[in-house]
Design a protein. Structure first.
Length: 295
């Protein structure tokens, strides 16, 4: 990794078209942040490089594969330099488990960028490597580049706000991105986590909805306090809704250039039982999604 003070943006590449788009998105973001870019393809060979076990003919297969992958990475490096000739970019071809290797690199990176599942696959879900990386509490923010957008367009930056420490990280990330790319920021606070649809129950429940909304607006105001002074160039729109958080965020993200959420670091079992806003939007958003981890 680059020296201290020059944290890199790491882009995972797995030969898919979505990961190629992610690499190009990462190159533009590295250029905007003035950071080095590292392209990583993890070679998940059946036997790791340092193992004492050898398969007959293994070397005959491994060397041509490495050469082909280096050529692919070389082509990507060239396309990244076409985006910014001054961009410092290199590639890495380590052996190992992709989630473990990328997780280790993310621990020292400024940002980890991955390709997402194709949006036209209605039932498609995030790959196991990406899901494993997103479930970890520690490490750099992860951006999953969904859809066909390789660079920020004119759409706003949408940020999920719930008053937690991870949402504060998401707010800071969103303001920074919006400022550098000259985008509007949409701060979304969805205050309903009820098991039933609140819209169908409003007439039956005797709840002080106006007071609940006022409390939600207060949470939003407190969460955004101070950021406007730090980023006076960023226009902000506030959205408060009784929808489920993932529903509200996905609705606001339809025309967004980036969606930013915090992950509370739930384990796999709790995520399966309770659901996760970050995993829901990463699997369904029409735009790139940045996830800030709890650690």
């Amino acid at each position: 990794m680059p020296e201290a003070g020059r944290k890199a943006i790491v882009a995972g590449f797995d030969l898919s078209e979505s990961s190629r788009r992610a690499v190009r998105w990462a190159a533009r973001e590295a250029s905007a942040r003035r950071r080095p870019l590292v392209l990583v393809h993890v070679l998940a060979w059946p036997f790791e490089e340092r193992t004492s076990v050898r398969v007959p003919g293994e070397a005959d297969l491994r060397e041509p594969l490495q050469q082909a992958l280096r050529r692919e990475l070389g082509v990507l490096e060239t396309s990244c330099r076409e985006i910014d000739p001054a961009l410092e970019v290199r590639s890495d071809l380590p052996y190992g488990d992709p989630a473990e290797v990328l997780g280790e690199q993310a621990a020292e990176a400024e940002l980890l960028v991955l390709g997402g599942p194709r949006i036209e696959e209605e039932l498609g879900v995030l790959g196991s490597t990406s899901a494993e990386l997103l479930s970890r509490r520690m490490g750099a923010p992860v951006v999953v580049v969904r859809g066909n957008r390789e660079q920020p367009d004119s759409g706003p930056v949408v940020v999920g706000v719930d008053g937690s420490s991870t949402s504060r990280l998401a707010i800071g990330f969103g303001y920074d991105f919006a400022s550098r790319h000259r985008r509007e920021l949409v701060a979304v606070h969805a205050w309903s986590d009820l098991p039933l649809d609140p819209f169908s129950r409003v007439q039956q429940w005797e709840l002080p909805w106006s007071e609940v909304r006022d409390d939600a607006l207060e949470v939003l105001a407190e969460s955004l306090a101070g950021w406007g002074e730090k980023y006076p160039d960023v226009a902000v729109r506030r959205a408060v809704t009784p929808e489920k958080p993932s529903q509200a965020l996905l609705r606001e993200a339809q025309e967004a250039s980036l969606l930013v959420v915090g992950s509370h670091g739930r384990g796999r079992i709790r995520r399966a039982l309770l659901g996760s806003v970050s995993h829901a939007v990463v699997n369904r958003a029409p735009c790139p999604v940045a996830v800030l981890r709890a650690g």
